[in-house]
Design a protein around this ligand. Structure first.
Ligand code: SIN
Length: 554
């Protein structure tokens, strides 16, 4: 079996920077945490891999779900979230999400985010798959993430207590003699004193690095989503969970069999406004699949599309949104309209070719309800985290909300007081080899082919063999892309292991050889740890009741 690298920084860091709190990532989860930490009076260093707004948040189209309408309630939002999660959500975590959600969205508005409104001034709410109420708040029609990102970036820029370091790839966690977090090593493509590998020191480190869509060849995620936070946490020995639950969005614009990298999303909100799917023969097929038809939970729609594509021997189906009319398209979906037109499709008169592609990961670094991980002082927030709110399949538009709500909970921990600063144990050397960036496509193609929407013991064995073979690849002088490729391969290996062990079909995990849901055996989570010798240990744990300590008294 492949031995995964357990340390990436090749030499003693060349420079050091200090703060009270380090936040790694600058999407909604990271920036919300930074703002909370400032309210607690802490100095904050936000480290981000590219430019501040280049993560997944700004690509979010549909919106943010919260029980804001008079005819809605957190209890109903809870019910829809649990149903979508197919028996694997942590109910307490979902309760936190849905009860604290409305206040968190109002806080975002106070910060300056401008949501679309009705003529009476109330927030305009729409519906997406799996929701029984209109509860998705949106901005700029279909540019919700971009508006949230704008408001948050402006807010952190106004605060001199937050320092932003861009073009900085987080490498490894730095710990102290007790095993608690004391910072990270990072690689900065910068100028002057902060260039190359350095150390950022703080007794509180919050991972908010987003997902790992780039583990797959076709994803809606931007190029930065290489799972750096999950891989960093794994190398530090943290618990990671639910990695097998990778969500494939049903309606990603189909650009042909050779398309790779970030693919254009056609938001579920388009179906929320009345669009529907048809197959190659022009038949509307979701009406016979589920009582919610085209607005069934995401895994149901993705699976139905896959079955239809097989039955009709095609590689895509069609989204019919012509009847929405020009006004709706221009006002409600300007981003998607432009995205379609730039590819020669006019959705006002043409059908849109769509097929499922990787979109979101429900699993990640396991946390408790306070965002704490199994390593004292290390927190995780947003898509990088596995809080248990998504279970086996995330309900549409719950992801921005999760980042916002759990950032507040981490903020409450930071508010309790500064953790103890101890001498950091800095990495001295490593003889561990990184995977060269040239193998990235091989990993992605392997994952698309064998660990995608449809999985079987045979396909997972093929993936495992392919991934093991990569260990023999020669590598030259490391560059940032090698670190990212190593992160991708590390996650791919653990994900494949989880998918092979979970011998059932549930939510976004679809096993052809185990087509049924098996509650008697599998209403549990798979948790993995990367050992210091580079091997993986995987165990099952109950789906709820995770509790960690951050090294302080309760
Ligand atoms: C979408 O707009 O369809 C995506 C929303 C989400 O991923 O929650």
């Amino acid at each position: 079996m492949i031995r995964l690298p357990v340390q990436l920084a090749a030499a003693q860091p060349g420079w050091t920077v200090r703060a009270d709190v380090i936040v790694v990532g600058s999407g909604i989860a990271g920036l919300a945490t930074a703002l909370h930490a400032r309210r607690a009076g802490r100095t904050v260093l936000v480290i981000t891999k590219a430019q501040v707004n280049e993560g997944s948040t700004r690509w979010a189209q549909g919106g943010i779900a919260a029980a804001l309408a008079e005819d809605d309630s957190p209890a109903e939002h809870l019910e829809d979230t649990l149903l979508a999660g197919v028996g694997l959500c942590d109910e307490e975590a979902v309760r936190v999400l849905v009860t604290e959600g409305p206040g968190a969205v109002r806080g975002l508005i106070q910060l300056g985010a401008r949501f679309d409104t009705e003529p009476d001034g109330g927030i305009s709410l729409t519906r997406e798959g799996g929701h029984h109420r209109d509860r998705i708040a949106h901005a700029g029609g279909d540019a919700t993430g971009a508006e949230i990102s704008r408001a948050m970036v402006e807010a952190i820029a106004r605060d001199p207590g937050i320092e932003l370091v861009e073009n900085a790839l987080a490498l490894d966690l730095i710990t102290d003699e007790t095993g608690a977090a004391q910072g990270i090593t990072l690689h900065v493509l910068g100028t002057g004193q902060r260039d190359g590998v350095g150390a950022a020191l703080a007794p509180t480190v919050v991972l908010a690095t987003g997902g790992f869509g780039q583990v797959f060849r076709q994803t809606t995620n931007p190029y930065v989503s290489t799972g750096d936070g999950v891989a960093l946490a794994m190398r530090a020995g943290a618990d990671v969970a639910d990695l097998e639950f990778v969500q494939f969005h049903p309606t990603v614009m189909w650009l042909g069999p050779f398309a790779q990298g970030q693919q254009p999303l056609v938001s579920e909100a388009v179906r929320g406004e009345g669009a529907f799917l048809i197959d190659a023969e022009g038949t509307r097929f979701m009406t016979s699949e589920h009582e919610m038809a085209d607005l069934a939970p995401r895994d149901v729609v993705a699976k139905a599309i896959m079955r239809r594509m097989r039955a009709t021997s095609t590689d895509h189906v069609w989204l019919d949104a012509r009847h929405l009319g020009a006004d709706m398209w221009v006002q409600r979906f300007p981003t998607i309209l432009e995205s379609c037109r730039s590819r020669g499709i006019d959705p006002i008169t043409d059908l849109i070719p769509v097929s499922p592609a990787q979109h979101y990961v429900s699993g990640g670094v396991l946390t408790d309800l306070a965002g704490r991980t199994s390593i004292p002082g290390l927190y995780a927030c947003g898509e990088v985290a596995c809080t248990g709110v998504h279970g086996a399949n995330r309900l549409a538009s719950n992801s921005l909300l999760e980042g916002l709500v759990f950032a507040g909970r981490i903020g409450a921990q930071i508010y309790r007081g500064l953790r103890v600063v101890r001498d950091p144990i800095l990495p001295s050397h490593t003889d561990q080899r990184l995977l060269p960036h040239q193998v990235r496509r091989r990993v992605q193609t392997t994952m698309d082919r064998h660990v995608g929407v449809l999985r079987s013991s045979e396909s997972l064995q093929l993936a495992s063999t392919e991934l093991n073979a990569l260990a023999a690849t020669e590598q030259g002088k490391p560059i940032a892309e090698d670190w990212e490729t190593t992160n991708i391969a590390t996650i791919a290996t653990a994900l494949t292991r989880h998918a092979a062990l979970r011998e059932e079909t549930r939510g976004s995990h679809w096993r052809e050889d185990f087509p049924d849901q098996n509650d008697a055996q599998w209403q549990v989570r798979l948790v993995s740890n990367l050992n210091s010798d580079g091997t993986l240990t995987t165990r099952t744990v109950p789906r709820s009741g995770v509790s960690y300590s951050d090294g302080r008294q309760a």
